[in-house]
Design a protein. Structure first.
Length: 154
């Protein structure tokens, strides 16, 4: 049993629904591009966005490392198994007036027959801090030139 209107209206209705869907639910690539602009550079190359929560004052985003082990040529033909995660939480630039924390779920792998674990070498935070590299650099520059950033005489 078809829809209760002529065939030409079915076609028009389909196009209207498709237009509305693409207008209000843009393609995933566009959403990923927008999210990528808001995160530290290169984040989405190595991590998938897996959770987000927010309140009036803060946002928390969880990113999980992709299951893509950093294999050297000598390990290419060996069985590699993901062995779990280590969570690293850092503070990033505030977003829309809300504090932003990012939890990176770093993946560890074990190569069959090896006792040590593999992990990818990705710099997530500035040395000695729990801040994203870009945010730490911004604060470092701001502390050097308080007048420029905060309108304060030194």
């Amino acid at each position: 049993m078809g829809l209760p209107f002529p065939d030409h209206r079915k076609s028009t209705t389909l196009w209207v629904v498709l237009f509305l869907f693409l207008t209000f639910f843009p393609p995933m690539e566009l959403l990923q591009q927008i999210v990528g602009w808001m995160l530290p550079a290169g984040t989405l190359d190595w991590f998938d966005l897996t959770d987000s929560q927010g309140t009036q004052t803060e946002l928390h985003v969880t990113l999980t490392e992709k299951n893509n082990p950093p294999l050297t040529p000598e390990l290419q033909n060996r069985h590699v198994e993901s062995k779990g995660f280590k969570d690293i939480t850092i503070t990033d630039f505030p977003l829309r007036g809300r504090n932003l924390t990012l939890t990176f779920r770093r993946r560890y792998w074990q190569v069959e027959g090896e006792s040590s674990y593999l992990k990818r070498d990705i710099s997530l935070c500035a040395p000695g801090t729990q801040l994203s590299i870009e945010f730490a650099d911004f604060l470092k520059d701001a502390s050097r030139d308080k007048r420029r950033f905060f309108g304060v005489d030194c």
